[in-house]
Design a protein around this ligand. Structure first.
Ligand code: AMP
Ligand code: GLY
Length: 422
């Protein structure tokens, strides 16, 4: 089979390495991929948002199956466009990807169908939003409606901060059209859990739970990033919580999307907060999380391509989706200064025995050498019998990988370990 994977991050590298385990796979093309992915797939310089370019490539190269993982092409209708040419795909159509593409949509969906989430108001008029903030409970959370590279959420500790966020989104258009409508919602507290789930619109098969570390610096300090490391499973996600999530969140969400005529097929990401009132949805993503995928897929014992095809064909109910009961840890190595400004172009050296554990995100080839080209450069994942061993192995490997200005958090998994050992 010829497989096409759209995207260029560590998540796509993890998907590609896992798909490669299927013996019927002849070639995997990554559009556009990156310098590290080039070791596992044929990289083709077509941007992930160039829907026409992706469709033309797929048709010209007789692609058998396409996997679309980033949010932008999904929201732009990449799956719809490929399907229109008869190409089978993994990923939701645009009318379902809106569950991530519009927070106003997803919040209204949850309200309409009684799915637990933070209380909220939506605004498309700035003066009304500012007036509401005069009496809103503080802290409060201001969210841009549309995609904003993961930066469209402001946790405001004061009324002034909240107002500033509203003005920057609605008047200064910091996120362009994405911030012209906003959600202002209740600030929730509790541990966060990420759960990715396969769904064909009929059944939901959740993957092993995980925990992201979004802040740049140790001790959850510093700016929000795309994610500095992950561990799986998440110790806060007990069997009891998992059962409640299935009944109160996962199935109601799938059913709600069906009732709205927006059947969701693909990987649905539930960003959850376990509050004193039970689990609540913080956000939905219409795709695999990054870097959650880098710890979840290494624990998948079933064949990924077979599961994806079952999602496409609507036969997920009879498909085995099995996870190992081991633990996984992924430590991200970033360029110093990320997520603000950082230098790039530094040569990366990775010992050969570690390469199978490395998922490359921000690197390009310069001749034969791999050099840094992004903020998050790569992630290193190890699987072991317990979390402590997985973390030790990942950190040992990280310390043997070199590039100038490398930065990584030294406390990935520390909170999870403390919880487990309580
Ligand atoms: P999002 O982009 O929606 O995932 O939000 C980014 C991060 O902001 C989440 O992972 C949470 O840590 C935090 N966050 C979002 N919404 C809330 C909320 N209602 N209460 C508390 N924290 C939140
Ligand atoms: N790790 C969070 C996300 O992929 O959006």
């Amino acid at each position: 089979m010829k497989i096409l994977v759209v995207g260029s991050g560590g998540r796509e590298h993890a998907v590609i390495k896992k798909i490669k385990e299927n013996p019927s796979v002849e070639t995997i093309y990554a559009l556009p991929g990156n310098g590290g992915i080039a070791g596992d797939a044929v990289c083709v310089p077509v941007a992930a948002t160039d829907i026409d370019g992706i469709v033309n490539f797929a048709v010209e190269n007789s692609i058998d199956y396409a996997v679309v993982t980033p949010d932008d092409p999904l929201v732009l209708g990449c799956v719809d466009a490929l399907e229109a040419k008869g190409i089978k795909c993994f990923g939701p159509r645009a009318n379902a990807a809106i569950i991530e593409g519009s927070k106003v949509f997803s919040k209204n969906l949850m309200k309409k169908y009684g799915i637990p989430t933070a209380r909220f108001e939506t605004f498309d008029d700035m003066s009304k939003a500012l007036e509401y903030l005069e009496t809103a409970p503080i802290p409060t959370v201001v969210k841009a409606d549309g995609l904003a590279l993961g930066k469209g959420v402001v946790i405001a500790e004061t009324r002034d901060e909240a107002k500033e966020a509203v003005v920057s989104m609605m008047q200064e258009k910091k996120f362009g059209a994405s911030g012209l409508r906003i959600v202002i919602e209740e600030f929730l507290t509790g541990p966060e859990v990420s759960v990715l789930a396969f769904t064909d619109g009929k059944v939901v098969k959740p993957m092993v739970s995980s925990m992201d570390h979004k802040r740049a610096l140790d001790g959850d300090k510093g700016l929000n990033t795309g994610g500095m490391g992950t561990i799986a499973p998440n110790p806060c996600y007990t069997k009891e919580i998992a059962n409640r999530c299935m009944e109160e969140i996962y199935l109601p969400t799938i059913n709600a999307m069906n009732k709205e005529g927006r059947t969701f097929k693909g990987c649905l990401y539930f960003g959850l907060m376990i509050t004193g009132d039970g689990p609540k949805v913080i956000e939905y993503n219409c795709r695999f999380g990054d870097p959650e995928t880098q710890v979840v897929l290494p624990l998948l014992e079933s064949d990924l391509l077979t599961v994806m095809q079952a999602v496409t064909d609507g036969t997920l109910a009879s498909c085995d989706v099995r996870f190992s009961d081991k633990s996984a840890a992924c430590v991200i190595m970033a360029s110093k200064g990320y997520p603000s400004s950082y230098e790039k172009g530094f040569k990366i050296t990775i010992p050969d025995d570690i390469l199978p554990h490395v998922y490359v995100a921000g690197a390009r080839l310069s001749g034969d050498a791999l050099v840094t080209s992004g903020g998050r450069v790569l992630g290193v994942t190890y699987v072991a019998d317990d979390l402590r061993k997985a973390l030790d192995a990942s950190y040992k490997a990280v310390r043997s990988i070199h590039f100038d200005n490398a930065y990584f958090r030294s406390d990935i998994g520390a909170r999870a370990l403390a919880l487990k050992e309580d």
